[in-house]
Design a protein around this ligand. Structure first.
Ligand SMILES: *Cc1c(COP(=O)(O)O)cnc(C)c1O
Length: 480
């Protein structure tokens, strides 16, 4: 496939659609009615191509896209599961898609009912008392919850300043804490990858507002001491926040609320099957328990005398997003939950863990698995031994997978694993696909270092200098 831009393909005078005599006899006559001062001095530098050229160019670009609809996408931490088409159909129903967010509640009862029921389902799945659907993504949910926590302690007359995160946490956790004005305290993980209780104890005092934790951790491991952890934080009057990005491991099996968490976010675009990977939109609903419920951002949907209505909580931190949040994403999550049902959600999580463990066990003789124990929905390999033996890095393995038709796993994260390759298969893949991916990794393990260093070989671009590609991108644009 060629990699020329539309500007390079442009030929003077070539046109897709020709409007008869649009410019008139001369250029000026064509600008009829446009005041002289507002007219361009010269024609814009637009590419000139036929409709056929344009169609092939853009269809060609779309085929360069990697997507879960075309190939296996085991990007750890991102839950790139297949998104059933029924979700799209439901979100596109005219009553939902055409509903104006400023229309009176009496005219949007169906949409409000969907949001109300989704709030209830998410509260039930997480063990929280109430949920807001407003935030636009996981990270937005985190910062929303931290604003709530900040206001909560302010109202109690206890200005707490610290937020604790484990060193295995997702980068958004410390970033959100800093954005909400907290001082971030990072604690080292125990040798088995879990939260180190002694390190946690040492960091706890009356200035701690919150511990942010994902369970299972980014290593794919369930924190078996979770109740002791949440009790320790509550013991100094702090709160515990659940980063629910890994909820795909636990649906219907165990609830963050029952583990002692006070606030959670969920990623609709991960666990609840909204397409993602190319940016937005997503949704990161936030759930809360007890007194914290009063601080949720609005509007929240409740059942009133005249049906479903939008309402603000008594101590709400205000709005975090316009209108109703990402409504279409919420409709997809609703369709997904309703089509699976409670037992289906549980089965999805069980299958996700089964798939990850199956792959881990097939790979652990040939690849180093630093935390080689029963995992949840994902697991982490390390290329550290291959690096020492023959100079092969995680990134080389990732590139070699591209050549074999697979999306690369997440690499170099979590930060506590050297040369990490983080694999999350999800429940939606067949045994044949899991085997094909494992076979590809086993084949790569036997390749010569020299070959791996030159991968990918089957693309329009080869082994790029990624830093340069990100910092000094070549954005071709003709001279104006
Ligand atoms: C994806 C992810 C986030 C952030 O969620 P976004 O929706 O991408 O903002 C936070 N924590 C973990 C563990 C994640 O995997």
């Amino acid at each position: 496939m060629d990699s020329k831009t539309v500007f390079e393909k442009s030929r003077p005078g070539r046109a897709g659609v020709a409007v008869p005599n649009y410019w008139g006899a001369d250029d000026n006559a064509g600008s009829a009615g446009i005041p002289e001062a507002m007219r361009r001095a010269k024609a814009p530098a637009l590419p000139e191509l036929s409709e056929c050229d344009v169609t092939r160019h853009y269809v060609g670009l779309s085929q360069k896209n990697f997507s879960v609809d075309t190939q296996f996408y085991p990007l750890g931490s991102c839950t790139m599961k297949f998104n059933p088409r029924i979700n799209e159909k439901v979100a596109a129903l005219p009553g939902f898609a055409g509903c104006h967010p400023l229309a009176p509640a009496s005219m949007c009862q169906g949409s409000l009912q969907l949001m109300y029921e989704l709030q209830q389902y998410l509260a039930e799945i997480t063990g929280m008392d109430a949920v807001t659907l407003q935030p636009a993504a996981g990270a937005h949910g985190e910062v929303t919850a931290l604003f709530m926590i900040s206001r909560y302690f302010h109202d109690k007359g206890e200005p707490r300043t610290k937020v604790i995160v484990p060193d295995s946490s997702h980068g958004t956790n410390p970033a959100s804490a800093a954005l909400a004005g907290f001082q971030v305290v990072t604690i080292a993980s125990a040798p088995d990858g879990s939260v180190d209780l002694e390190a946690l104890k040492a960091s706890l005092d009356g200035s701690v507002a919150c511990l942010m934790l994902t369970n299972p951790s980014t290593l794919g491991l369930f924190e078996s001491k979770i109740e002791a952890i949440t009790e320790l934080v509550h013991g100094v009057g702090g709160l515990v926040y659940y980063d629910g990005a890994n909820m795909n491991a636990l649906m219907g099996l165990v609830r963050p609320g029952d583990m002692g968490f006070d606030l959670v976010h969920l990623n609709m675009h991960k666990t609840f099957s909204t397409p993602h990977g190319g940016g937005g939109p997503g949704a990161g609903p936030v759930g809360a328990r007890g007194e914290l419920v009063d601080y949720l951002p609005g509007p929240v949907v409740r059942q009133g005398d005249k049906g479903y209505e939008l309402t603000a909580m008594p101590h709400t931190i205000g709005r975090v997003r316009l209108f109703w949040g990402s409504f279409a994403v919420l409709a997809k999550a609703y369709a997904y939950i309703r089509s699976l049902g409670a037992s289906g959600l549980r089965q999805a999580s069980e299958m996700a863990a089964l798939a990850a463990n199956y792959m881990r066990v097939r790979l652990h003789e040939r690849y180093h698995v630093p935390y080689d124990t029963f995992c949840m929905h994902e697991f982490v390999l390390s290329a550290d031994r291959m690096k020492a033996e023959k100079g092969v890095h995680a990134v080389d393995i990732a590139k070699a997978l591209l050549d074999r038709g697979f999306h690369a796993p997440t690499i170099y994260f979590p930060l506590i694993v050297e040369e990490a390759l983080m694999i999350e298969p999800t429940e939606t893949e067949s045994l044949e696909t899991l085997d094909a991916f494992v076979d590809a990794l086993l084949e790569i393990a036997d390749e010569e270092a020299e070959t791996l260093h030159s991968c990918p070989l089957n693309f329009s671009v080869s082994h790029l200098d990624e830093t340069k590609a990100a910092r000094k991108p070549v954005l071709q644009w003709p001279e104006a």
